[in-house]
Design a binder for this molecule. Structure first.
Ligand SMILES: Cc1ncc(COP(=O)(O)O)c(C=O)c1O
Length: 388
């Protein structure tokens, strides 16, 4: 299609649709990042992020993608050769492991079939057998964006507590924060890793770490080299509303507006909206007779749904048909799921009719691409949406 009318459907699981209010906020003139107006802006967004992460501790904001926030979590708390327990829940967990190895950490990487989340009992068993406390951190992905599987952080924490093991708990909430219930303090998380372009409804460009007292204490003796990512000058300067280097001022305007939107709706309502859209999407997939990647209903993701395409059919060819014909972008399969699955993002600034349009594009695309399926997915989703 050479010329397109109407609005593009950006239904990848991030970056997500940026609301008009946020786009307008981003376009305000840039101000002096060492002046009083900026100080007020910085304090407001940091406080807002504390509410979203549900923490009273510091939240450090970087001009970075999520990958930078991953690195910040590791280099601030660990030393060369430290042992880290990680779980191969999918592509993003694998990338974080690869980073940890490149930084000189020793990773015990527990395999999964990429269709389940972190097994809390394995966390308990691994920590219980580590009598010398060689494991310094357990680092997990809350919502694995490559598979649509949400790990049970509360259960992981409970199992860690049973062992009384002192390892830090680090959680990647990149595709869960502000979409799926998450509680940094209550769940005893030491470092929360996140970024701007998913539930926070911003363009890419901000990474963040929420940091516990225990993690701040670990940072005092951690010896991995760090400079740009160092929490210490950030936490110190942030107290007065400033940053040790030039912040992404306009993204912070956007963040302030996005936080206003989240609080106007109410975080609980935001989570319920995501749960409802995810359930409607799964009903559509079920009615189509297609298979979800996630095998455990307790681990279904509310921010995205990953769908298997039947053997002998190419998910990327299907995605291409849908993009060309309907101007609808769906997430590609990543890593070993390449060509086997497509991912439907239903997070961020999203509503019933956007979901109806998304599912309609997929149902038409399945027919055009010749993928075997049963009709009725859209109807099943609409019936559900109309009933709750
Ligand atoms: C769960 C998860 N972790 C980490 C990342 C990496 O973030 P970024 O691409 O912003 O560096 C992503 C990106 O989609 C992600 O979904």
């Amino acid at each position: 299609m050479s010329s397109k009318s109407g609005r593009h459907f950006l239904q990848i699981p991030g970056p997500t649709n940026v609301p008009d209010r946020v786009l307008r906020a981003l376009s305000r003139p840039t101000i002096d990042h060492r002046g009083p107006e900026f100080g007020r802006l910085a304090r407001e967004v940091i406080e807002g992020l504390q509410q979203v992460c549900k923490t009273s501790g510091p939240v450090v904001i970087y001009p970075s993608s999520g990958t930078g926030a991953w690195e910040a979590a590791l280099v601030n708390t660990l030393s060369p050769g430290d042992k880290v327990l990680m779980f191969e829940t999918g592509h993003f967990a694998t990338l974080w492991r690869n980073m940890a190895v490149r930084l000189g950490l020793q990773v015990d990487f527990v395999p999964t079939d990429w269709r389940h989340g972190v097994d809390p009992d394995v966390v308990e068993a691994k920590l219980a057998e580590d009598r010398s406390h060689a494991i310094k951190a357990v680092a997990i992905v809350h919502n694995e964006t490559s598979t649509g599987v949400t790990s049970r952080v509360v259960d992981v924490r409970r199992q860690m507590d049973k062992t009384k093991h002192p390892a830090l708990l680090m959680v990647d909430t990149i595709s869960s924060l502000a979409s799926i219930d998450y509680r940094h303090d209550e769940w005893g998380v030491d470092v929360t890793v996140s970024c701007s372009q998913k539930g926070l409804m911003l363009p890419p460009g901000l990474g963040l770490n929420a940091v516990s007292e225990k993690a701040l204490a670990a940072a005092k003796s951690a010896r991995l080299p760090r400079s740009y990512w160092d929490w210490e000058p950030m936490v110190k300067d942030n107290k007065a509303g400033f940053f040790p280097y030039t912040p992404a001022t306009n993204l912070l305007y956007g963040l302030r507006e996005a936080l206003h939107m989240l609080f106007e709706e109410g975080l609980e309502n935001v989570f319920a909206r995501h749960d409802r859209h995810a359930e409607a999407t799964r009903r559509a997939v079920q009615a189509w007779g297609l298979e979800l990647v996630c095998l455990n209903p307790e681990e279904y993701s509310s921010s995205l749904t990953a769908v298997m395409v039947p053997e002998g059919h190419d998910a990327d060819a299907l995605r291409k048909v849908i993009l060309d014909r309907f101007d609808l972008s769906l997430g590609t399969g990543l890593g070993k799921l390449k060509s086997k699955i497509f991912r439907i993002g239903h997070l961020g600034d999203f509503n019933d009719l956007m979901l109806a349009g998304t599912l309609s594009g997929i149902e038409m695309g399945l027919a055009i691409a010749g993928v075997p399926f049963k009709t009725g997915g859209v109807v099943a989703a609409l019936e559900y949406l109309a009933s709750v």
